[in-house]
Design a protein around this ligand. Structure first.
Ligand code: CMC
Length: 390
């Protein structure tokens, strides 16, 4: 066999060129199209950031208006798609539903199969951004046995998502601007992160010529794991398990014990060896939301103390394990009344523009099919042994 570079976990292999996102993990810098993430979180909004990821520039006023109109126009799902939900158990994990239903969109939009057409690719991209919140809210409504709530075209993107989550046919949920703004920020902070596991999955599946709905569904599946997007759900479960500041030392000791597989969820990152710039913004957004809602969550005290200890502890310092984006997002989402099982779904909504941007960039670059090699370590060639001789 030939000689290959052996790089398990792809820690030192660049698989593509990309203009979309720059990360300097040592300095804790994250730029989209050259713009720092904290400036985007403060001054931009999610759909504008989405445009930036797709086009490399911020939109003009007219471009932005047209884009918002286009996305708004596509928020409804085909009525037949609603029937899919009835096939799931009510206690299904919403990420399981997302994998299935987003992939199933390709059964509704046959033009998505033609990935050679710019027009069709753009249409699929708009449909994905527009319909993901509708599908996510439907997954939640289904799990609590409430009727689905239609999107409202007079509301902003994040506002509309919260409306579909929390309104009922009897009562409209009044979306507080502070909460809509925090949700929009959460989406911006998750919008892209270059070649992470789910984005690489989208690129790899897309490299075969598979349709965008199938590729994004593959990305959702990869995101679900607790080492990736599933960490936000795991953080909250961990904080609940710790329960009280007095028990933090016990959990920190477990995390440091090499014979114990337990890890402090929401700490550490493959690329950031410094504070995750997204975590900083998320932390201040958490403060805003808790102040707005007047929530005094004891888990926040646990989280703050845990962060202090981890930042002082020699083990975490030496390994450069800082809080990551998932550490604070759960606290915000919990305060908003979003159930833990929906946390990773919200990460998926936020990451969709990034997945699409990379999928498009890969197609535009005429990329080869992704096909990693291996170092074979199994038995050498041998003769087949008949059943009666084994
Ligand atoms: N708690 C305790 N020890 C840790 C942790 C942690 N959270 N993270 C890493 N370590 C230790 C690990 O045991 C290893 O020690 P040693 O060198 O002695 O074997 C060292 O730090 C390096 O860890 P690694 O697993 O080799 O690093 P990686 O780059 O392969 O993994 C990671 C990165 C994010 C998967 C990992 O830090 C982790 O499991 N963190 C907890 C889960 C989490 O918060 N994930 C969200 C990541 S950010 C959002 C996203 O990407 O979706």
């Amino acid at each position: 066999q030939g000689m290959f570079t052996y790089d398990p976990g792809f820690v030192s292999t660049a698989a593509c060129e990309s203009k979309i996102t720059y990360i300097d993990g040592g300095q804790g810098i994250l730029l989209h199209g050259g713009y720092p993430i904290d400036e985007l979180a403060e001054h931009s909004d999610y759909l504008e950031t989405c445009w930036l990821l797709w086009n490399g520039e911020l939109p003009t006023k007219e471009e932005k208006e047209r884009f918002i109109e286009l996305v708004t126009h596509h928020t409804m799902v085909h009525d037949q798609l609603s029937a899919f939900f009835k096939g799931f158990r009510r206690d299904a994990h919403p990420m399981a539903i997302m994998c299935g239903v987003v992939g199933a969109l390709s059964a509704f939009y046959h033009d998505s199969l033609d990935i050679t057409s710019d027009k069709h690719r753009q249409k699929s991209a708009i449909r994905l951004i527009a319909k993901m919140p509708t599908i996510a809210a439907m997954a939640y409504k289904f799990s609590i046995g409430q009727p689905f709530i239609y999107p409202r075209n007079d509301l902003g993107y994040a506002e509309n998502f919260l409306h579909m989550m929390f309104s009922t046919p009897c009562e409209d949920y009044k979306v507080s601007p502070v909460l809509a703004d925090a949700m929009d920020k959460i989406f911006i902070l998750h919008a892209d992160h270059e070649q992470n596991a789910s984005t690489s999955t989208v690129r790899l599946s897309g490299s075969t010529g598979a349709n965008p709905f199938a590729c994004i569904s593959a990305g959702i599946a990869a995101l679900w794991g607790p080492s990736h997007g599933g960490a936000n759900e795991a953080v909250l479960n961990m904080l609940e398990e710790i329960g009280d500041v007095s028990r933090i030392d016990e959990f920190v000791a477990k995390a440091k014990d090499k014979n114990d597989p337990f890890r402090l969820m929401g700490f550490g990152h493959r690329v950031y060896k410094n504070f995750d710039p997204r975590a900083k913004v998320m932390k201040s957004a958490a403060d805003d939301v808790l102040a707005e809602l007047g929530v005094n969550d004891p888990l926040l005290a646990v989280a703050k103390r845990l962060e202090e200890i981890a930042l002082e502890d020699p083990y975490f310092k030496e390994k450069k394990l800082y809080p990551n984006v998932d550490f604070y997002s759960g606290i915000i989402l919990k305060a908003m009344g979003i159930p833990t099982s929906m946390f990773t779904v919200i990460f998926a909504l936020g990451r969709t523009p990034g997945w699409i941007a990379h999928w498009n960039e890969m197609i535009a670059a005429n990329s080869k099919i992704g096909r990693p090699r291996q170092l074979y370590t199994g038995p050498a060639q041998r003769k087949f042994v008949p059943l009666d001789q084994r």
